[in-house]
Design a protein around this ligand. Sequence first.
Ligand code: ADP
Length: 179
Amino acid sequence: MKVRFGLSCVELLQGDIVLQAADAIVNAANTDLAGGGGVDGAIHRAGGPSIMEETRVRYPLGCPTGDAVVSKAGLLPAKFVFHAVGPVWRGGQHREPELLRSCIRRCLELAIKNACRSIAFPAISTGVYRFPVDLAAENALDEVRAFLADPNVTLIVRFVLFDAGTYGAFARVLESFVD
Ligand code: ADP
């Protein structure tokens, strides 16, 4: 599915994010940038050890929740990996939606700063971090839509969703944006 926003567009597809050719691939990282399962494990496995060697040197204190940092992409078909730290879901009263939006916005800002034309996101926080998928889709896509409303921004934003359920949740929200 693909929806245009001015000169930009949002695309949804079901698949594995490490196979995506995009200028930037977003990692669902943790605050220690320490490596983990899910997207993070897949990115470091496919991208090779240079990615974590770089983040260890450049970001020895890790990255706070709601923020993102950049590294090169090693063997991945991308120029950059943006390591975004989404919130752990703790019931919804701990600024989870705000923190999810914030890490997504930081990635979009990093894309502009690094002259990227395309960026691929996973469904940050919806795996091990247990953020409800429908709510994550609403917040993620609305944050992207707000960012793309800036007429100076031209960006292809792709969400690469691993399973059909997550794809469906994102597709329902994106369809609701089209009138
Ligand atoms: P978090 O810790 O932020 O919840 P996870 O990596 O556990 O991050 O999961 C985030 C989402 O990414 C989940 O929907 C999960 O199913 C999905 N996912 C896991 N591996 C991949 C992959 N290789 N490509 C795309 N999405 C993936």
